[in-house]
Each structure stands twice: as C-alpha cells, then as structure tokens.
Design a protein around this ligand. Sequence first.
Ligand code: UDP
Length: 237
Amino acid sequence: MKPIYHRILLKLSGESLAVAQGTGINFDRTVEYAHQIKELAQAGVQVAIVIGGGNIFRGLKGAAQGFERVKGDQMGMLATVINSLALCSALESIGQPAAVFTAINMVPIGEHYSKWRALQALEQGKVVILSCGTGSPYFTTDTGSSRRGIELECDVMLKGTRVDGIYTADPEKDPTATKFDRITYDEIISRGLKVMDMTATIMCKENGLPIHVFNMDVAGNLGKVLAGENIGTVVTP
Ligand code: UDP
C-alpha cells in the first residue's frame, strides 16, 4: 500500500473502545483498533490520535445531573487519559511503540504535550496519543483534534465513527437520509449537520485542514482510507 497521507490526526470517540452499551473499555476491541493503527505506522504513516472520553464521562451530561460543569469537564478530560493509556497499552502489546501526551501536566502518567516533543516522537515512528483534548473545559475532543491536527501540520483529520460518512440527517434515526461523498465546511455549517461540534468544524475551515469521516468499526477501513479508496465522506473548502 502506498499511503496517500504522510501524517494523519485520527479522532476516535471514547465509545469506540467499548462494546454493547458504549461504556467502559473492552480490551479485545482496543487491540482490534491497535492492529489497524499499527498497519499504518508500519507503512510509514505518522499517526497522531486524539481519543474522546464519552464511554466514561462527559461534562455536559454530568452538569445536567447536577455536577459542577468545570469539574465535570475535568472528569471528562481525565476519562480521555484513561482511554489513551488503554490504547497505548494495546499498541505496545502488539509491538507498536506509542507514547501518551497530556495537555495538562500529569507526569509520569504521560509526557506534558508540546508540539516539538510530539513531532519528535512521530519522527521516531511512535504512535502519538494526545489526551485531555484541548486541556480546557467547555471544549470537546473534536476541537482538541482539530487543534492538534492543525498544530502538528497533519495532512488530514480522519474521524473514525460507527457510520460510514456524513448524511443529510442522522441515518440511525432517519432511514431516508442520504450520504455525501464530498461536502464543504460551509455546507456542514449551513445545514447544521452534527458531524463534529461547530468550533472544530470552523477551526478546520479557517486553517484548511481536510476532514475524512468513515466507519472505523469495519476492520480494514482505516487502511482503505489511506490507500485512497472511495469510502466515507471527505470535507474540503
Ligand atoms: N473535555 C473538555 N475539554 C476538552 C476535551 C474534552 O472539557 O478539550 C471533556 C468534556 O467534558 C467532554 C469529555 O471531556 O464531554 C469527553 O470528551 P468528548 O465528549 O469529546 O468525548 P467523545 O464524545 O469523543 O467520546
């Protein structure tokens, strides 16, 4: 396979590490993902990953139950650290070097993120896992990944989801929804499509970071995206 991208930012939701109810972390599932990621790294692709925390805690949902919002968001950010450690451990268990960076300093759990240290790890062939999102409350890991993707000068942000691209409406709720092969950032915004949160979409638009949304739950799809196969939805200017 000759990969079409040299450096990618892969965004995974926290729920992707879980099975059934979407909570907790499933080791076998995490290793399945690790195999797909390893394949890319072995093909010479520099892989940076931002992983969410929704399988453990989301600040907004916590606030609705009565938790204080900033503490809830901090709990959510810590959840992303747990998921990042799980993915790092799964990668290492199959012989793929990886490193966890944290946006908030919590050495020795992970290295405190800096662009230069993350780039150095990528150059060394490590899969770089970027936890805590942006490191600030009131943001999401979608925004964390658009920010890191831009900062690390990635060629694309790949958003692995459980549907096979961007649809006119939520295909899990509306059976008449149709899929886009390509769409512009402006169309996502004007149609109010909930692909990612608006802040993340606007950051990608303003900084020209292409987004490719695809179904990560189908084994082999990540490799297909890198091989340039026509799957998922590509978001461009
Ligand atoms: N979070 C935050 N700032 C960030 C990223 C995440 O406060 O920059 C918190 C927020 O509470 C969020 C939670 O971490 O709900 C988990 O992240 P997210 O909801 O993006 O995870 P995903 O839905 O991708 O699993």
